[in-house]
Design a protein around this ligand. Structure first.
Ligand code: FAD
Length: 921
C-alpha cells in the first residue's frame, strides 16, 4: 500500500525536478497562458463527432476557477502544460535560442522527455504540436500533449483526477516515463496522471501457493535502472528492460515486457505478484491471484493505461549470480548480400538451442551490418559462452567475414548490465517507426521456414528498414506458475522481432506517413507470408495501424480483457469513448491510428476536389480545409448511424469483409426441457431424444465440409450437442470444441447454471474439448454473468466481437435459446417455445454486419432465412425489433428466472403455456 509519508518525499522531489528545468512544464500558479487552441486539431472531439469528450474551446471545457479548485484539491500539484520545445518559439514567454539549441541537440535522448509531464518520445503521436525542428514553419501549440497533468503523490490525487475528468467529461491518460512507442501516455485535450515521482522501493518477502521468495515493492514511477540498483544492494536481480529509464510498473510490465533476463525468469508480466490500483470509479484496491483476480490477470500483460491506475506493485526478485556476455559486429563493406544473409540465417538456426540454455540474444541488422548486442548468459563463464558461440564464429570465418567479438564475465547482473548490456549511451528515441511480430520456435527449427523468414527479412532490409530481434524463451517451463493476460503466442515464441523505418524531423510529414503505410502494407505482410502460423505481436512494439489488432496483440485473451474493461471502467474514462468504432477500449492508439488512416483515406477521396493545400496533410490539420474534411466525416458517420434512419440497417448493411460466418445452433433437448419442475436440475444432460436430435443435426447440417471452429457454451447440454452434432468434423480435422463462458444461458436457475471447471473437466475427460477459457467463477451468475439484461447484452456483444476477430471462415456456435436472442439481437418468435423462438438443434447462419463494427451486429443470411421461413422471410426492422424486445422478453425473463423476485405466479402461467408448446418440439 502507498504509505502516507510518501506524499512529502515526493512533493519535495517533484518541486526540485521542476525547479531545475526552466523549459519544463510549469505548475499552475506560474503558468504561461497556453496559446489559442488550433482551429482544426486532428483529434478534436466534440463538434464533429457527436458525443465526444470535452475539448479546450468547447463550452463544456472547465473554467479557470474549476482548474484552480482542482489544483487546490491536489495540493498544488496540477501542471498546466507548456510544451517542452516552447523556448524555440517567439510566441512563448520562455523563448531562448540557447535553450532551444540544447533541446534540439538532445531531442532524441529519453532523458530530455522523462522529467516532463507532457512530452512524448514517439514523434508521430506528438503530431508536430510543438516540434523544435519546425520553427518558422508550424506554430508551437499544446496540441496532442495533455492540457494539464497532476503530479501524483497520493491515492487521493489519483482519485481527484478521476473525479474531475469524469465530472467534466474530459479525457484522462496515465503517464509514467513517456516512452511508449505508440503515444499511449498522451492524449489531445486530456488531463494526465503523472506517476513519475512515485519512486518508493523496498525489498519484501512474499509467500503464497504460487511463489515464495523475495520481491521488490515498487512505486509506479520506478525506472529499470533504479530497480536494478535496489535489487543489487540486497543480492538480488529483477527482470527489466534494456533501456535503463523504461518504467518498471507502467507500460513495460503491464504490457508484457521482455528483458535480457527473459529466458531465465520469463516476461516482466510474469513477475507481477500484486498491484495496488485505483479503478476508474475511484476504488482503491489490491489485485493479486487471491483478490480482484480478474483485474490482476488483465493488468499483468494485457496492456497498461486502460484497466486501472497502478500506484505500486510487488514484483518478483531473484537471487543474483554470475553472468557472461558477448557482443559481435561486422559491416558488409566487403561481404556480398548472399553471404551476409547466409550468416544471418545461420545465427537464426542457433537461436532455439541458445534460448534453451536460458540465454537471451539481442541483435540488429540491415543490408549494411550485423550487430549482436548483447548475448546474456546466466551462470555461464565467458569461456563457456565462447564455446557455445563457436559454431557462429566458425561459420563467419568460413564465409570470409571479418568480425569483432567480445566476451565478458561479471559476478552479478548489475555489473553485467552496466558493463555489457546497457550501451554506453542511452537508446535514442524519435528516430524510427515500429512494427513487430513474434516468431514461433517451430519456424526456426525447420530449415525451410527459417530460410523463408531470413529471405523475408532481406526483402524488408532492401526496402530501407532495420531489423531488431530479441531471442528468448518465455514458455511456462521458464515463467513458472503464472496466470496472466500475456498474449499466449509469447509462450511459443523464440524471436520478438521489431522492424523499424527511419524517422526524420527534417523530412516532410507525408514521407513519414508513407513509411507507416509501407510498414502496414508491405513489410509486416512479408513476414506473415513467410511464417505459417497466424501473426502475433508484442503490443508495446506493434504497428499502430495493425489491421487485425485484436488477434495480433491480444489473441484469444481479447474477449476476457474486454470483459475486465467493461467491469472496471464501464464508462471508458481511461481515455476511450466507446461510441466510435475506431475507439478500441484496450488499444488506445488505434483511436489515433485509425483516425489518421480514415482521414488519409478521406483525403484521397477528396483529392480531386480540394486544392493544393492537401499536398501537405499536416498543414491541412490546421487549415479550414480540415474542417471541411471533418464535416464530410461527420456526415458520413451520420449516414451510417442507425439512430438516424428508420430502417433496421443492421439487416440492410453489407456483410463485413474477411469476418467469419457464424452458424448458430441451439442445444438438443435436455432433461430440464421436459417440465418446469426439472428447471431445478443442476446442469442437466441431454435426454435420449436429445441425443437423437444431435444425430439428426449431424445428418442435416449443410456446411460440414467448411467449418473450421466449433465454440459452445460450457454447459453440459451444449457441449454434448457440439460433440455429437459435429463429432465427425472434430475427428476429421483434429479440432476441439472450445468452451466459451460468455455463451452460457441467461438465467440463474439451476438448469442454466454451469458446473465448476473441475467437474466439467471430469465429465468431459477424454473428449475433444478445450476448457482453457473456463475459469473458476464462470458459473457464479454474478457481475458479467449476472441474470440481468444489461450484463447479458454486454457478454453477447463480447462474444460477437471475439468471434468477429477470429481468423476462421465458418464457425459453429452452440448455445441456448434465451441467449440466442441476445446474441443475434433478433427477438422474432421469442415467445414461441419455452423462453425462446429457437427449436432444439435449430441452425441459423449469420454474417457480421459492416456497419457499427464495435457492436459486431449479425445479419442472418438470405439462405438461412429462406431455409427456415420459406417465402415469408422479411426481416423485421429496428423499430419492430425494439418493440419485441420491450414486450416479449418481460414474460420470458420471468419464465427463465431473470427479473428477480415475485415472479413465481406469473412464471407458472407463462411456463405452463410454454411447456405445452415445448412438448410439440
Ligand atoms: C528506448 C526504449 C527502449 C525500450 N526497451 C524495451 C525493452 O527492453 N523491453 C521491452 O519490453 N520494452 C521496451 N520498450 C518499450 C516499453 O516497454 C514501452 O514503451 C512501455 O509502454 C513503456 O512504459 P512506461 O510506463 O515507461 O511509459 P509511458 O509512455 O509513460 O506509459 C506507457 C503506457 O503505460 C500506461 N501507464 C504508465 N504508468 C501507468 C500506471 N501507473 N498505471 C496504469 N497505466 C500506466 C500509460 O497510460 C501508457 O498506456 C522500450 C521503449 C523505448 C522507447
Amino acid at each position: 500500500m502507498l504509505r502516507v509519508s510518501l506524499g512529502l518525499v515526493f512533493a519535495a522531489t517533484a518541486s526540485k525536478a521542476l525547479a531545475k528545468s526552466n523549459y519544463d512544464s510549469h505548475h499552475l500558479h506560474n503558468q504561461h497562458a497556453p496559446p489559442e487552441w488550433p482551429p482544426g486539431l486532428l483529434w478534436h472531439s466534440s463538434k464533429g463527432f457527436g458525443q465526444c469528450k470535452c475539448f479546450p474551446g468547447d463550452d463544456c471545457w472547465p473554467s479557470q476557477e474549476e482548474w484552480d479548485h482542482l489544483n487546490e484539491t491536489v495540493d498544488g500539484r496540477l501542471i498546466a502544460t507548456v510544451p517542452l520545445a516552447s523556448p524555440c518559439y517567439q510566441s512563448w514567454d520562455d523563448y531562448d535560442d540557447a535553450t532551444c539549441a540544447t533541446l534540439q541537440a538532445s531531442w532524441t535522448k529519453p532523458g530530455t522527455h522523462i522529467d516532463t509531464s507532457s512530452s512524448v518520445m514517439a514523434p508521430f503521436f506528438a503530431n508536430q504540436s510543438c516540434d523544435p525542428f519546425q520553427v518558422g514553419k508550424l506554430p508551437c501549440v499544446v496540441g496532442t500533449y495533455v492540457q494539464y497533468a497532476i503530479d501524483v503523490a497520493t491515492v487521493a490525487h489519483v482519485q481527484a483526477g478521476l473525479k474531475f475528468a469524469s465530472e467534466h467529461n474530459i479525457r484522462l491518460v496515465v503517464r509514467n516515463t513517456g516512452h511508449d512507442y505508440n503515444g499511449k501516455s498522451t492524449g489531445a485535450g486530456a488531463l494526465g496522471l503523472w506517476m513519475h515521482h512515485l519512486k518508493d522501493i523496498e525489498v519484501v518477502d512474499w509467500r503464497d501457493s504460487h511463489y515464495t521468495g523475495k520481491a521488490l515493492s515498487i512505486g509506479a514511477g520506478v525506472e529499470g535502472l533504479e530497480a536494478y540498483v535496489a535489487a543489487d544492494a540486497a543480492g538480488l536481480h529483477v527482470v527489466g528492460g534494456t533501456c535503463p529509464s523504461v518504467g518498471l510498473a507502467g507500460g513495460y510490465s503491464q504490457g508484457g515486457g521482455h528483458s535480457p533476463l527473459a529466458s531465465l525468469h520469463g516476461l516482466a508480466a510474469d513477475q507481477i505478484l500484486e498491484l495496488e490500483v485505483v479503478t476508474a470509479e475511484g476504488d482503491h484496491l489490491i489485485a493479486n491471484r487471491q483478490q480482484n483476480h480478474d483485474l490482476y490477470w488483465a493488468m499483468a500483460g494485457g496492456g497498461a493505461g486502460t484497466f486501472a491506475i497502478t500506484l505500486s506493485m510487488k514484483y518478483k526478485a531473484h537471487r543474483d549470480h554470475a553472468f557472461s556476455g558477448m557482443t559481435l559486429d561486422y559491416a558488409t563493406t566487403n561481404v556480398s548480400a548472399d553471404t551476409h544473409y547466409e550468416a544471418i540465417n545461420f545465427l537464426h538456426t542457433l537461436l532455439p538451442s541458445l534460448t534453451a540454455r536460458r540465454i537471451s540474444v539481442v541483435w540488429y541488422f540491415t543490408s549494411e551490418y550485423l550487430r549482436i548486442s548483447p548475448i546474456t548468459a546466466p551462470q555461464i563463464s565467458a569461456a563457456g559462452l565462447k564455446a557455445i558461440m563457436n559454431p557462429l564464429e566458425t561459420k563467419l570465418t568460413s564465409l570470409g567475414i571479418d568480425y569483432d567479438a567480445t566476451y565478458t564475465e561479471y559476478t552479478g547482473f548489475l555489473p553485467y548490465y552496466n558493463g555489457t548490456a546497457n550501451p554506453d549511451q542511452p537508446i535514442d528515441v524519435g528516430i524510427a517507426q515500429y512494427g513487430g511480430r513474434l516468431i514461433p520456435r517451430s519456424v526456426l527449427t525447420n530449415a525451410g521456414t527459417c530460410q523463408d523468414l531470413t529471405d523475408a527479412y532481406r526483402f524488408i532490409n532492401e526496402r530501407g528498414a532495420q531489423f531488431i530481434g530479441v531471442a528468448l524463451n518465455v514458455s511456462f517451463a521458464v515463467a513458472g506458475d503464472v496466470d496472466n493476460a500475456v498474449l499466449p503466442a509469447w509462450r511459443d515464441a523464440t524471436i520478438a522481432t521489431v522492424i523499424t523505418t527511419p524517422w526524420s524531423f527534417q523530412k516532410p510529414w507525408s514521407e513519414m506517413q508513407h513509411l507507416a503505410t509501407l510498414m502496414t502494407e508491405t513489410l509486416l505482410p512479408a513476414i506473415d507470408a513467410a511464417v505459417p502460423t497466424p501473426p502475433h505481436c508484442y503490443l508495446n512494439e506493434g504497428n499502430f495501424q495493425e489491421p487485425r489488432w485484436r488477434e495480433v496483440f491480444y489473441g484469444e485473451n481479447y474477449a476476457r480483457l474486454l470483459a475486465v474493461k467493461d467491469r472496471y471502467d464501464p464508462d471508458r474514462l481511461l481515455f476511450r469513448d466507446r461510441k466510435h468504432h475506431y475507439d478500441d477500449p484496450l488499444t488506445k492508439y488505434h483511436g489515433h491510428g485509425e483516425i489518421v488512416a480514415q482521414l488519409l483515406g478521406l483525403l484521397k477521396l477528396l483529392a480531386h476536389h480540394i486544392s493544393r493545400t492537401l499536398r501537405h496533410p499536416r498543414r491541412l490539420v490546421h487549415s479550414t480545409s480540415e474542417r471541411s474534411v471533418r464535416r464530410q466525416r461527420s456526415k458520413a458517420s451520420q449516414a451510417s448511424n442507425p439512430r438516424s434512419v428508420n430502417s433496421f440497417d443492421i439487416l440492410a448493411a453489407a456483410p463485413a469483409a474477411m469476418t467469419p460466418r457464424i452458424h448458430c445452433v441451439r442445444h438438443a433437448q435436455g432433461y430440464h426441457n421436459l417440465s418446469v419442475a426439472n428447471h431445478s436440475i443442476h446442469d442437466p444432460l441431454l435426454t435420449p431424444y436429445g441425443e437423437e436430435q444431435c444425430r439428426e443435426l449431424a445428418r442435416t447440417f449443410p456446411y460440414h465440409d467448411r467449418i473450421d471452429l466449433v465454440v459452445a457454451s460450457p454447459i453440459k447440454r451444449t457441449m454434448y450437442t457440439a460433440l455429437l452434432g459435429f463429432g465427425t468434423d472434430l475427428e476429421r480435422t483434429g479440432m476441439k470444441v472450445l468452451a466459451m463462458p460468455e455463451l452460457q444461458e441467461t438465467s440463474d436457475l439451476p438448469c442454466d447454471t454451469g458446473s465448476s471447471p473441475e467437474e466439467l473437466a471430469k465429465e468431459l475427460d477424454g473428449k475433444p474439448v478445450d476448457l482453457s477459457l473456463v475459469q473458476p467463477g464462470w458459473n457464479n451468475k454474478k457481475m458479467k454473468y449476472a441474470a440481468n439484461s444489461r450484463a447479458i447484452e454486454s457478454r453477447a456483444r463480447e462474444a460477437r466481437l471475439w468471434l468477429m476477430s477470429r481468423p476462421e471462415k465458418d464457425i459453429v456456435v452452440v448455445t441456448h435459446g434465451g441467449f440466442l436472442h441476445y446474441f443475434t439481437e433478433d427477438w422474432s418468435g421469442s415467445d414461441r417455445f419455452q423462453g425462446t423462438g429457437w427449436a432444439n438443434t435449430e441452425v441459423r447462419t449469420y454474417a457480421f454486419s459492416a456497419s457499427e463494427t464495435e457492436q459486431a451486429h449479425l445479419l442472418e443470411t438470405p439462405e438461412s432465412r429462406q431455409r427456415r421461413r420459406g417465402d415469408d422471410n422479411k426481416a423485421l426492422d429496428r423499430e419492430e425489433q425494439a418493440q419485441l424486445k420491450r414486450t416479449v422478453p418481460a414474460a420470458q425473463q420471468q419464465e427463465r428466472g431473470m427479473g428477480g423476485g415475485g415472479g413465481a405466479a406469473r412464471r407458472s402461467t407463462a411456463a405452463k403455456e410454454a411447456q405445452q408448446l415445448q412438448a410439440k418440439v
